[in-house]
Design a protein around this ligand. Structure first.
Ligand SMILES: [Fe+2]
Ligand SMILES: [Fe+2]
Length: 718
């Protein structure tokens, strides 16, 4: 017979139960917040004898009821009450969110607040099995709600992890400096898994430039766990044979890190991961299952007194599914801030990495692989471009060997000046700061500023003196011819005297002719010396002009007996060049090198951040007072970068140590020349002072003393 409860009066119900013998004795002490001892959370209020009788009856009827594992898993309580008043007295202490109240009442409670918290009403006469069903229903409701909360929490955590992975992905793609990238990858990986230590290995590039140890993807295989987490095992063909141990972090111990090679083989965990494309996950590196296909190296622990316990190593796969590296983490910790300074600390703090850690790490490793590979590609492109720039510099220096080393020295000193500007904290330069990108741009501009000289005709580019070598040789032969003609005339005169008057006759006349000849030779030699002096590119003083004019009047008699100028008008014009070796037309052609530089640089698809290379290099002969070329720019239109380049370019041009025709100026003399240009308003005074300080500190001496240039264009400019 099904037990029934008569709940009109609690005492009566208890009595009925006792009398019927269907109900268990009410031995348990129930409270509103305690679950039934050892059972799932079904309870009644203290003193609620009716409810207690019901529960005891239920237990007697179905002893295994409250052991149901599906019901035991709930985190909450079902409270059976038989009195509105008792509920009112205890409601303040009830954890309402996790309690389902089953009211044994014929009618809804009068107090709407109590009515609102009742899960279900059952008439007091409800058979006990039906009460049991309602309790089951209430427990399922709690369980469903618990699952809902758990799902929501898991969703929140997963969403936060996805956000974090996205943030990491964005950060990784924005960082191109490989050391910073490696640091970021390891830090984030350790942060996500509370790992004490970690390291990154990258597959060594092959001869063909490939960086993977694998070819193309193959159908998913891999371990059970990898299949569980949906990881697609990469196809490994092991073209590469070595990993490069690139980076390491360890919260507990510090050690001198050096990049080493690790063989891609089963001789190490990282090598095994790269070889097979499978992850390795160990709870304790000193207590491993037998028959592992790889070896575990404990040298690090032995050397530094460290204790490696849990290990997680995953392959880093690129977008083609190729293994390009290995990410290995050591010792996941309960408390991320803990230091594993002893074996005891390691035993207490270290926990195994979880499957979830592995999923996260595989995702991060893939992003990191792509980012690292991109950075490597970028670095190789930059190296390629660097090689192109160097080749360009070599091209111009081979065409004009006298400028050898000029571009590199100018680049080095200009960057040194930029660094000095960055260090300046007072004065007009204090607000100027050059970022690494600015400096890269400035370096390219400095290295390539004179590249346009490849467009200048070679005879002008290499012109060392005012007369071209062939012109000077022709002039020298004319002087020799004149001297020889004079000697011939002397001999002819002597012969005629001899024939006319005998051997000793008119000796005096012959001697006079001899004296005239010697005088003529001396004059020619002096004039030749003077021509050679005028031919030098150093300035020809105004006082020398009359003598050149006088020289222009000298004549000689050619083989046809025609009197001609000893020095032609063209030769006189060139020898009269007031400064340097170039006449105005040649100088204009030399100045065109800036235009050619701009034309050349404009063919290069510079990235937006270093597009300033063209204007910086294209203005390196402009002066602040508008006296420069090619555009006679004013100060407002000349950048700080160009101003620095101009100062260094002039300095290097006039201190060049291998001038074939002129002694190089000393650094002090060069600063004096620059100071005069500052006084004239041609170059920036503040940058000049800063540069002077650098020169006094000997910055210009750091460069090896290679044969240096005579910058013909600098002659034209200064
Ligand atoms: Fe130049
Ligand atoms: Fe230059």
């Amino acid at each position: 017979m099904a037990a029934r409860l008569c709940l009109d009066k609690p005492s009566q119900a208890y009595d009925t139960a006792q009398a019927g013998g269907d109900l268990m004795s009410a031995r348990a002490d129930y409270s509103a917040t305690d679950t039934h001892r050892g059972h799932t959370g079904v309870s009644c209020l203290p003193g609620d004898l009716v409810a207690r009788v019901v529960l005891d009856g239920l237990l007697k009827l179905r002893p295994a009821f409250l052991e149901d594992p599906t019901l035991r898993s709930v985190a909450g309580q079902v409270l059976v009450v038989s009195s509105e008043q008792a509920l009112a007295e205890n409601s303040a202490n009830l954890p309402l969110g996790s309690v389902r109240i089953i009211a044994l009442s014929e009618a809804c409670y009068k107090d709407p607040r109590l009515d609102a918290i009742v899960f279900a009403y059952l008439p007091p006469s409800t058979p006990i099995p039906l009460v049991g069903r309602m309790i089951e229903s209430a427990l399922r409701d709690i369980r469903r709600e618990n699952l809902h909360y758990q799902s929501a929490e898991q969703l929140r955590i997963a969403s936060a992890e996805i956000d974090e992975l996205n943030r990491i992905g964005v950060a990784l793609s924005a960082e191109h400096e490989i050391p910073k990238l490696l640091e970021m990858i390891l830090s984030r990986a350790r942060q996500m898994t509370a790992a004490d230590a970690g390291s990154i290995y990258f597959v060594e590039p092959e001869q063909d430039g490939s960086w993977s140890s694998s070819a193309k993807s193959q159908p998913a295989t891999g371990s059970i766990q990898e299949r569980e987490i949906g990881w697609r095992k990469p196809n490994v063909t092991s073209r590469a044979t070595a990993l490069r141990f690139l980076w390491a972090q360890n919260d507990t111990v510090s050690f001198p890190f050096e990049q080493t090679q690790v063989e891609i083989s089963n001789a190490s965990i990282a090598g095994h991961v790269a070889l097979t494309g499978e992850s390795v996950q160990l709870e304790d590196a000193y207590d491993v299952p037998p028959g592992l296909p790889y070896k575990i190296n404990h040298d690090f622990d032995a050397k530094l007194g460290y204790r490696t316990k849990s290990i997680l190593a995953v392959p880093m796969c690129n977008d083609k599914g190729e293994v390009v590296g290995v990410l290995q983490l050591i010792n996941s910790k309960r408390n991320p801030g803990a230091k594993l300074t002893s074996h005891a600390a390691a035993a207490a703090e270290v926990v195994p990495f979880t499957l979830h850690h592995r999923k996260l790490l595989l995702s991060l490793a893939s992003q990191a692989a792509v980012a690292l590979q991109n950075s490597r590609l970028l670095a190789s492109i930059e190296n390629l471009f660097e090689g192109f720039v160097r080749a360009s510099v070599v091209a111009i220096e081979q065409r004009d060997p006298a400028t050898c080393g000029h571009s590199a020295r100018v680049a080095r000193l200009t960057l040194a000046l930029a660094e000095a500007v960055n260090r300046t904290t007072t004065g007009p330069l204090a607000h100027i700061h050059f970022t690494p990108t600015h400096k890269k741009e400035l370096r390219y501009a400095a290295l390539l500023h004179d590249f346009g000289k490849v467009g200048v005709r070679e005879n002008i580019l290499l012109k060392k003196e005012k007369l071209y070598p062939a012109q000077l040789e022709l002039l020298r032969h004319r002087f020799l011819f004149a001297k020889r003609s004079s000697e011939t005339e002397l001999l002819r005169a002597k012969l005629e005297l001899l024939l006319a008057h005998g051997e000793h006759a008119h000796n005096q006349a012959a001697q006079e002719a001899e004296v005239r000849f010697q005088k003529y030779c001396t004059e020619l030699d002096a004039l030749w010396d003077y021509v050679l002096q005028c031919n030098l590119p150093s300035s020809t003083p105004e006082t020398a002009r009359p003598r050149l004019a006088e020289a222009a009047t000298r004549t000689y008699v050619d083989p046809n007996g025609i009197s001609r100028p000893l020095i032609t008008d063209e030769e006189i014009r060139l020898l009269s060049i007031p400064q340097g070796s170039l006449d105005p037309l040649e100088r204009a052609q030399m100045e065109d090198h800036v235009m050619y530089t701009v034309r050349f640089l404009s063919q290069i698809p510079w990235t937006p951040e270093i597009r300033g290379v063209i204007p910086i290099a294209g203005a390196h002969h402009e002066k602040l007072d508008g006296s420069g070329y090619p555009h006679r720019l004013s100060a407002d239109n000349i950048s700080w970068q160009t101003r620095m380049l101009t100062i260094v370019d002039i300095f290097d041009g006039i201190t060049a140590s291998d001038r074939p025709y002129k002694k190089a100026f000393t650094p002090e003399e060069a600063l004096g020349i620059l100071r005069a240009q500052v006084a004239a308003g041609a170059i920036d005074p503040d940058l000049f002072e800063l540069f002077s300080d650098l020169v006094r500190q000997g910055v210009h001496k750091a460069e090896s003393q290679q044969p240096d240039s005579v910058l013909a264009d600098e002659q034209a400019a200064s």
